[in-house]
Structure formats: C-alpha cells, structure tokens
Write a protein that binds this ligand. Structure first.
Ligand code: ATP
Length: 268
C-alpha cells in the first residue's frame, strides 16, 4: 500500500511519557443509561497520525470528543477515567476548558467556517484570547494559512466572506483556524467525507505535513484512507477497543478475528 510518509515505528505498549501525546486510562463514557465507551486504555503517540476505525455507532467520534471534553456539552454525558495530556488529567474538575480546546483543536466532517471573512475566521480564537495588535494578528493569520497550505490561494481575498471559498478550501480554513492557536493535538472527525477525491488528497498530504508540528487523531470510515495516512490504527467495536497497532500490521496481519472481519468487509 502506498504510504504518504515514511516513519519510525514506536512500540505502543512501551511509549514513554515523552513519546505520548495522550495517555488514556480506563476511560468510560455514558450518555444517560447508554454505556458508549468501555474501559478504553491506550497511548496516542506524539507527532504521529492515529486513526480510529469501526462500524457506525461504535464510539469513534465520542472517543475523539473525550480528548477535548466536547462531550461535556451533552447534558446526559458522564465520563470516568483519566486522559493525561502534558502530565495533567484533563478530566479533572480544575481543567480550564477553553485552554484545553485551544491546545486540542477539532475539525468536523462538514467545513464550518464562521459567517465572516477569511481573515477573521483564522484570528477568531486569538481575538477571544485578547490579542488585539494588528501586526500580531496579521502574522498569525499568514502563518496559520501557510501551515494549512491555503495561503497562496487566499492571500488576495483575505477580507472576502469565508463562505465564498470552495469546500476543500473551507476545510483547510477551519484547520488554519485551529492551527492559529498552536495546538499540540489536532482531532479530525471524518475531515474528508464531504470532499471530492482530489480535495481529499490535498487534505491527506496536509495531514502528513502537519504531523511534524502536532499530533493528529482522525476518525475515518474510509479504510484506504486510514491505511494511507495513519501511522497507527485503533479498531473499535461496540465501544470497546478491540485492536490497536501500527497501521501496516493492523491492515495486513490483524491479531483479532473481529478486526479481520471488519477490514475484509465481512461486517460493517
Ligand atoms: N448526544 C448523544 N446522546 C445519546 N447517545 C449518543 C449521543 N451521541 C452519540 N450517541 C450514541 O453513542 C454511540 C456512539 O456514537 P458515535 O457517534 O461516537 O459513533 P461513531 O462510531 O462515531 O459513529 P459514526 O461512524 O456513525 O459517526 C451510538 O450508539 C450513538 O447513538
């Protein structure tokens, strides 16, 4: 299988704290009576792309949303267990959620630019953080758009409405909006499922570039995509982590029968 990036393999079972972007310990998630995630324990390696795959409803997006406490927005949600990022448990009551969400950025399936200019979209979070200096905002916008591989396409239309951009440009704009806050982790929830194949390739190449500056976790329904872009893949089934390994092994020599059945299309 063609890989977008060569990489050194890490032993997931022996990741040191320095190599781990996140250390998830005995994570359980419930929505009301529904037990959605069961005792998830895993370490997500730094500066790598980790993909979550599994049947619809198995809990991929819910797990991703635990990583920046987005499930807190759902009244019925209840989380147990620890998620250690930079040595602190983000599930602690003391966690500052707006800081967490700038450190752990999130991009959704449908591009969701705000109804404002390209420029204002990118500096939105910085303005919320109180940055006012024009020069500082200009520099941050330019840098984030360069990192999101969008600068050349929009540098002459920074003050046009973001909604005038194409779907693929809007998705890169949303990525730039997250990057402007200098996240150490970027969560991508099916970021290309609404995009055509060529635009998908642009976003995939961007991910390969972005992992040099942050850790990426992606939920995808597209197994070719997971095999192409991700270094590590986690297969979930009914809220349980069934198998988690480097992507080459998981897609060519899965350890568990359930994984094999899923990747060979026997169910799901
Ligand atoms: N707000 C909510 N309230 C109650 N149950 C929810 C809520 N959000 C998700 N669920 C349930 O949690 C389970 C996991 O959903 P989740 O969206 O995480 O799965 P998924 O694997 O990402 O699915 P898909 O691939 O279809 O997006 C499902 O049974 C879903 O119905």
């Amino acid at each position: 299988m063609l890989k977008l990036f060569e990489r050194e393999q890490l032993d997931l079972a022996r990741l040191s704290p320095e190599q781990s972007a996140m250390d998830v310990r005995d994570l359980n998630l419930r929505f009301g009576q529904k037990h959605v995630l069961h005792n998830i324990t895993m370490r997500i390696p730094k500066h790598r792309i980790t993909a979550f795959i599994g049947q619809s409803g198995c809990g991929k997006s819910s797990l991703l949303s635990c990583f920046n406490r987005m499930n807190d927005l759902i009244d019925t949600s209840k989380t147990e267990g620890e998620i250690i990022i930079d040595g602190r448990d983000i599930n602690s009551k003391k966690e500052n959620l707006s800081l967490l969400r700038s450190q752990v950025g999130m991009v959704f399936q449908r591009p969701n630019p705000f109804p404002m200019s390209v420029y204002e979209n990118v500096c939105y979070g910085l303005r919320l953080q109180g940055v006012k200096q024009r020069r500082q905002l200009d520099d941050a916008v330019e840098q984030a758009l360069i990192e999101a591989a969008l600068w050349d396409e929009v540098k002459d239309r920074l003050f046009e409405p973001a909604t005038t951009l194409s779907g693929g440009q809007q998705q890169r704009l949303v990525i730039a909006r997250a990057l402007a806050l200098k996240p150490s982790i970027l969560l991508l929830d099916e970021p290309t499922s609404a995009l055509d194949p060529l635009t998908t390739l642009i976003i995939e190449e961007l991910m390969a570039e972005l992992k040099k500056r942050c850790t990426i976790v992606i939920v995808t329904h597209n197994m070719q995509q997971a095999a192409r872009v991700s270094d590590y893949t986690a297969f979930l089934h009914q809220g349980e982590l069934i198998e988690y390994s480097d992507s080459d092994t998981l897609f060519t020599m899965p350890d568990k029968k359930q994984t094999e059945d899923y990747i060979t299309g026997r169910y799901g």
